[in-house]
Ligand binder design. Structure first.
Ligand code: FAD
Length: 389
């Protein structure tokens, strides 16, 4: 009995096909460039075009909206396989699908969905999600960007920080206050779709990053940016809940991405420990090394259970899964940093070099404990749910 049968995570033929296609794509296309795009901090635009051709940019989006209609689980399996080899590429894909495309597809009007989702699902346009501000990250209710109504449009002023895909995206979803500038509550926050060429919208270069260096990020600057009223998603003041619900599903996807990093690091460490000789025998024959591998494998299985469970809940249409999503993200992201750290240790000095990939995985893994709700915020979400039950 293999792991998937044992854990009752038997995949459908379609899901297996997506996983295998993603695995082959990652090994053939991503592996040869993963080290270079990290060292050069280069977004692999051509890779995104290839993924668009494979239908990956709209994997879980319905066929009616131009996607592949494969469901969230299949999409997360693809993310996992891609992240095993190149987490930067997985992060760009995740932000495009889980954060931007899904938000519009789930919460926008029929007219807005028809206008924006097909181009995103086909990969004609890349999507981006602007929630974080220089002074409002975990505390997103502290959003300072303001949208003032002026006839048939809103005039938006403010800025967003650390926004993935920003330099390459054509469609952005952002939050802005529509109540008053001095307000800090979440009820006055609205959501807007912003097109790249909107006058008053500028992209400002992002900082140098620790990891995920092959993924793109930048700051968004809005100076008197005029957005038509028809680009507001939902009513005034409804935007915050759309963004928070989007982050629930996003946390499952970041969990899948982290699971991929953990597995990638573990597989490399396992192979190395069996090949590298020291004191007359392979490293893996040293109990101290074998126990590291045992701990890595155990944490990966824990993460897989929680991530796949989150995927199933999402595909079953369960709405209240914030706790499960946060658990999946915490366990998988901490498994990723743990496994990448131990993989470097098992590789010794070679693990400290770019050539062996695990140092990149270590730097990439850290993002998973920060983006889309830090581990502390995820534990806050979990604790609030268990105390309310
Ligand atoms: C590579 C990368 C890509 C990103 N992409 C995007 C994107 O596409 N779109 C987007 O909107 N944002 C994006 N972000 C931003 C990310 O979501 C935020 O960095 C994250 O939410 C944390 O916010 P902050 O950086 O302001 O940290 P802060 O909120 O200032 O937190 C600092 C520390 O304090 C802790 N803390 C804060 N509040 C509490 C509390 N109540 N209890 C306990 N501890 C607390 C945090 O856990 C953290 O450890 C990205 C970030 C990175 C690094």
């Amino acid at each position: 009995m293999n792991g998937e049968e044992w854990t009752n995570f038997r995949l459908t033929e379609e899901q297996e096909m997506i996983r295998d296609t993603a695995r082959k794509f990652a090994e053939e296309q991503l592996l040869p460039q993963a080290v270079d795009i990290d060292l050069e901090a280069r977004f692999p635009a051509e890779t995104f075009r290839q993924m668009a051709e494979l239908g990956f940019l709209g994997l879980p989006i319905s066929e009616e909206m131009g996607g592949a209609g494969m469901g969230y689980f299949a999409y997360c399996l693809a993310l996992e396989e891609i992240a095993k080899v190149c987490a930067s590429t997985a992060l760009g894909l995740e932000a495009h699908i889980s954060l931007c495309t899904y938000l519009i597809d789930s919460f926008a009007s029929e007219e807005q969905r028809r206008k924006y989702v097909p181009d995103l699902a086909s990969g004609e346009k890349l999507g981006s999600f602007g929630l974080t501000e220089p002074e409002a990250g975990s505390d997103a209710g502290g959003t300072r960007t303001v949208a003032r109504r002026d006839g048939d449009s809103y005039v938006i002023d403010g800025r967003k920080a650390f926004i993935t895909n920003a330099n390459h995206a054509g469609t952005f979803v952002i939050t802005a206050r529509t109540d008053s500038e001095s307000s800090t509550g979440t009820k006055g926050i609205s959501a807007f779709i912003v097109e790249r060429d909107t006058p008053g919208f500028h992209i400002e270069k992002g900082e140098t990053k620790l990891g995920m260096r092959g993924s793109d990020w930048a700051n968004l600057v809005f100076e008197g940016m005029r957005v038509p009223v028809e680009n507001r998603i939902g009513g005034e003041g409804e935007g915050f809940q759309f963004f928070m619900k989007t982050l629930d599903a996003g946390r499952v996807a970041i969990g899948a991405l982290a699971l991929g990093i953990a597995e990638g690091a573990y597989e490399r460490a396992l192979r190395y420990a069996q090949e590298r000789m020291a004191f007359g025998k392979p490293l893996a024959k040293q109990q101290a090394v074998a126990f590291k591998l045992a701990e890595m494998a155990t944490r990966i299985e824990c993460a897989r259970h929680l991530v796949y469970h989150g995927c199933r809940l999402k595909d079953q249409g369960v709405e209240a899964f914030a706790k499960e999503a946060a658990m999946a993200k915490v366990v998988a992201s901490e498994a990723a940093t743990f496994c990448a750290d131990e993989a470097i240790q098992i590789h010794g000095g070679y693990g400290y070099t770019a050539e062996y990939h695990v140092e990149r995985m270590y730097r990439d893994a850290k993002l998973c404990e920060i983006g889309e709700g830090t581990s502390e915020i995820c534990r806050l979400v979990i604790s609030r749910r268990i105390l309310a039950d």
